[in-house]
Design a protein around this ligand. Structure first.
Ligand code: BG6
Length: 473
């Protein structure tokens, strides 16, 4: 931590006037500042197309923070005391020269030394290659010396559009950076409630010993959202639900629930274990796709701003799959997600096999199974459903829940982006995807995307409950 505090750092956000920077990055950096987790010599530098002065940029950031309820002007001023803005197009080589000149100025005039550089690509994926090319040409990725002023790059998901494009992107990154400088973001990995899954599994022997196909009947990973596109029409229409959250968030949730015990708790071992289980996902054969995969689009989607009026992009998907490993062979796994649904809920449900305890059947309510739920939102926590004898003379069984809720703890859960940014600053890659994971994710997802045309696009009403979507099978 002390090392983090004392190292001068320039944090560059490409696309700083965009939605992600507004909603997540600037607020998360400010929260880190308030917690004292940012380096003492810290400069936020925004790069975007809009013509803004440093003062305009500071004003924009101040408004974002005030809208979120931060009212202490001195704190905001302190946070932005060293903020700068460089205006430029992503394809404009001169813009990168101006950016480098700005960094050099901060280094010489504010810090009096060479600074570490964090480069955050908060831009639509189509721009990655152009930006990387220009970073390379401008020398932005070059450290000051072998042991001074490292640079790191943060790349948002989706990482590529397919195996091939992900490989191209990786190759490009590897010409500029070493693997330990590349931080492939999947903010779900940084969610406190998701990180806890591994700890829960590995530290509670009662669960780890029954974590297999003999005892577990099925697993469901679901992410339902009540929101729609929220002004991200053009981006979303190009990407679709499976690339937006399936290839990354849902598969990472699945990896944590199903991965083998890592050799140790180092970033490499954990990432390798996640990649291994993802690579064991059984690719769905072409002739099974229409039976195992469904896709849908909410009514009115085609009229959203930025969306093609004839768009076939999915806003909902449901995939039935399996993991082909000794531990999981034969266990059905459901991956399901959609936008504009009745309510937002993200969870992983583990259903344990039915045991024949006929003597306890009581009045027939007893289902004979237990269920463990990891709830990511709302009401983050862990619930274990168990059976209970209703008080009274007869034998009547009721289902009850043992619960842990984060909201009952004293400590506020940090936002996932705070964790992402903090870990990148301190150089811990555990909560970032490595190239093996990304390739394993595309290996599973790509054949489905390539077969979309075989799967009817079901139109569902906005606000529907997921179970009420009329699927093709
Ligand atoms: C993003 C997706 O990665 O995750 C969005 O692009 C989605 O479409 C969002 O709404 C959900 O994140 P969270 O943290 O709000 O669950």
């Amino acid at each position: 931590m002390n090392k983090v505090k004392t190292q001068s750092t320039c944090f560059v956000i490409f696309g700083v006037t965009g939605d992600l920077a507004r909603r997540k990055l600037i607020p998360a950096l400010f929260d880190l500042y308030l917690r004292g987790h940012l380096p003492t010599k810290f400069s936020l530098i925004g790069y975007s197309r809009r013509e803004l002065s440093d003062d305009d940029f500071k004003e924009m950031a101040t408004e974002i923070l005030k809208d979120l309820g931060h009212s202490d002007e001195d704190q905001i001023k302190g946070f932005l005391s060293n903020a700068h803005y460089v205006s430029g197009l992503f394809e404009d080589t001169d813009g990168y020269k101006r950016l480098l000149a700005q960094i050099v100025e901060v280094e010489s005039q504010e810090f009096g030394e060479c600074a570490n550089k964090l480069l955050y690509l908060s831009v639509p994926p189509d721009n990655y290659m152009t930006i990387l090319e220009n970073i390379s040409l401008s020398g932005l990725s070059i450290p000051c010396s072998d042991d001074e002023g490292w640079s790191r790059i943060l790349v948002e998901k989706p990482f590529g559009r397919s195996t091939e494009t992900a490989k191209d992107l990786d190759q490009k990154l590897m010409t500029l950076f070493q693997e330990q400088q590349v931080f492939r973001i999947d903010h779900y990995l940084a969610k406190e409630s998701l990180q806890n899954i591994l700890t829960f599994r590995l530290s509670n022997p009662i669960f780890e010993s029954i974590w297999n196909s003999q005892e577990i009947e099925k697993i469901e990973v679901t992410m339902y959202e009540d929101n729609d596109l929220q002004s991200r029409g053009a981006f979303y229409d190009d990407v679709g639900a499976l690339r937006d959250v399936g290839q990354n968030h849902l598969l990472q949730m699945l990896s944590l629930i199903t991965m083998e015990r890592p050799d140790d708790l180092s970033a490499d071992s954990i990432r390798q274990a996640r990649a291994k289980v993802l690579s064991e996902l059984k690719v769905i054969a072409l002739d099974e796709i229409s039976e195992k995969v469904s896709r849908g689009q909410y009514q009115g989607y085609r009229q959203e701003k930025g969306v093609d009026p004839g768009s076939e992009t999915e806003t909902y998907f449901k995939i039935n799959c399996q993991i082909d490993s000794d531990r999981w062979r034969g266990v059905p796994i459901l991956l399901e997600s959609g936008k504009a649904l009745a309510e937002s809920e993200t969870a992983i449900r583990v259903f344990f096999r039915r045991q024949d305890c006929a003597i306890l059947n009581g009045d027939g309510q007893y289902g004979g199974t237990n269920q463990l739920t990891f709830r990511l939102q709302p009401n983050e926590g862990i619930n274990l459903h168990f059976w209970f004898k209703s008080p009274g003379f007869g034998l009547k069984l009721e289902e009850k829940t043992l619960s842990f809720l984060y909201r009952d703890t004293e400590v506020a859960i940090p936002d996932a982006y705070e964790r992402v940014l903090f870990d990148c600053i301190r150089g811990d890659q555990t909560l970032f995807a490595d190239t093996g994971e990304v390739m394993a994710q595309w290996r599973f997802v790509e054949p489905i995307i390539e077969s979309w045309s075989q799967i009817p696009l079901i139109v569902y009403p906005k606000g529907v409950k997921p179970g009420e979507i009329k699927l093709n099978h």
